[in-house]
Design a protein around this ligand. Structure first.
Ligand code: DGL
Length: 288
């Protein structure tokens, strides 16, 4: 394909639902000229309580749908999908695939390199924690590094319900989940889920000023910029990138809640029926 045409192709982003719009927000911050096609699989959310095999199958469905739009790159905004399916997706997709786990882990190691407290904490969904993907990714950089992991299943519904940082229920749930982490003298805590950046202030309050909070979505956006730049695929536009959204469930809800996650108005949301997504590629039963 002609290089100029390839540069102006969209970035394909998928997530289990709305949460990935926090990653779109970060992408738009660093790459405001890029067009984005987003798929939120809201009909099958949450991914975070499912088996890794099921998350892999759903992720393949999502990526195959996006490939219809000939993206120049696929971004796996969902941490659970990144943890469960990155290798399978890389094998399957004809374009580069960037997830959130590896960039988040790399940034946590980097940020703590010169700190006295080098231990890294990870909070994420049950499936992400169970996969051990963050632990492996951190240990790739530093085999000795102390890593503490905690799943926080209540945080996704709490955020979707619209509760904010200063809500007493949010603080009480966080105190409960983070009690162990508070004792570990962490240098950094990875927010390993699309929804957690919306609770940054509350998490900072509970963990205190010495713990650097790492947004895996923000780290992934920087990685996307770096990779596109390396392969000379950055769009020639420096602003005005368009966002086209698809959801497998209710577009009205997506539209209503989307702005809070994405930090911008979501103008165009189209519904894609789930059976269309499931039948889109032949590889659903044959995942490596
Ligand atoms: N998007 C998911 C993640 O980042 C959170 C929501 C879910 O469980 O599907 O892990």
């Amino acid at each position: 394909m002609e290089a100029q045409v390839m540069k102006e192709r969209p970035i394909g982003v998928f997530d289990s639902g709305l949460g990935g719009l926090t990653v779109v927000r970060e992408l738009t911050r660093v790459l405001p000229g890029e067009d984005i096609v987003y798929l939120g699989d809201s009909a099958r959310v949450p991914y975070g309580i499912r088996s890794l095999e099921t998350v892999r199958r759903f992720s393949m469905d999502d990526a195959s749908f996006l490939l219809r739009y000939e993206p120049k790159m696929i971004v796996v905004a969902c941490n659970t999908a990144s943890a469960a399916a990155l290798d399978a997706l890389k094998e399957f997709c004809p374009v580069e695939v960037v997830g959130t786990v590896l960039p988040g882990a790399a940034e946590a190691v980097e940020v703590t390199r010169d700190k006295e407290n080098k231990a890294v904490g990870v909070i994420a969904t049950e499936a992400t924690i169970q996969s051990g993907a963050y632990l492996r990714a951190i240990r790739q950089h530093d085999g000795e590094r102390a890593v503490y992991a905690q799943s926080c299943p209540l945080l996704v519904p709490i955020v979707e319900e619209g509760r904010s940082d200063d809500d007493p229920i949010v603080l009480s749930v966080l105190h409960d989940y983070l009690r162990e982490m508070q004792r570990k003298r962490l240098g950094a805590l990875i927010l390993g889920c699309t929804h957690y950046p919306l609770l940054t202030n509350a998490i900072a309050k509970v963990m205190g000023p010495d713990v650097s909070l790492i947004s895996s979505g923000r780290a992934a956006a920087k990685e996307v910029q770096r990779r596109l730049s390396l392969s000379n695929l950055l769009s020639s536009r420096s602003y005005g990138g368009r966002l086209r959204c698809f959801t497998t469930d209710n577009p009205e809800r997506f539209n209503r809640l989307g702005e809070r996650f994405g930090g911008r108005r979501i103008d165009q949301v189209e519904r894609v029926p789930i059976d269309e997504l499931e039948s889109r590629h032949p590889a659903t039963t044959e995942i490596p």
